[in-house]
Design a protein around this ligand. Sequence first.
Ligand code: ZN
Length: 227
Amino acid sequence: MSAHRKGESDLLYRDGRWFLIATCDLPDPRIKNPDAFLGVDLGIVNIATTSDGARHSGKALNAVRHRHRELRRRLQAKRTKSAKRLLKQRRRKEARFAANTNHVIAKQIVTEAERTGQGIALEDLQGIRDRVRLRKPQRVTLHSWSFHQLGAFVGYKAARAGIAVIHVDPAFASQQCSSCGHVDRNNRLDQACFSCTSCGFAEHADVNAARNIAARGQTGWAVSHAA
Ligand SMILES: [Zn+2]
């Protein structure tokens, strides 16, 4: 058991008894060992893109956020109680809409993985804020909590279906050619187009990134599950 211990433990005193709260990461015996991985690339234009080519658009969510931002700008100038209340309502509405969108996308991703017998490779979101800071025009629409939420939804839906999930380092996934491995920022022509300067491989930029995530998931799984 101690081999699976993670992070800190808490000692808790309740109703005259002591409890030790520890987090354990146990390998679930119901999780199937996958032959391949479905890679998921996260973004703003497309919230999620899979290595199989499915793109989940962020258009509706971005429109809601844009409307909310405009309203906030107008209401914040007022500073009245009713303006504050309205702002709070809108913020909750936006969060509900984002959560609902994430549920739908997570379900589609897990269904796709289940249908094709694949595990799911997700980006490790540790550095997402740094990574997205580079994309200036999109900065305002970034909500990193929303990506964490999507990851969490995929995680528990996958666990319920017995599907393996692995988190991988997404560094340079968008600049790397998923066909030959060549890394070059010039491989990325614009937001949507990837074209390798070395081998000529061309693909939708998000799909190419998702294929790299998938390959890293495959490698990571093989390394961590080698007996
Ligand atoms: Zn290439």
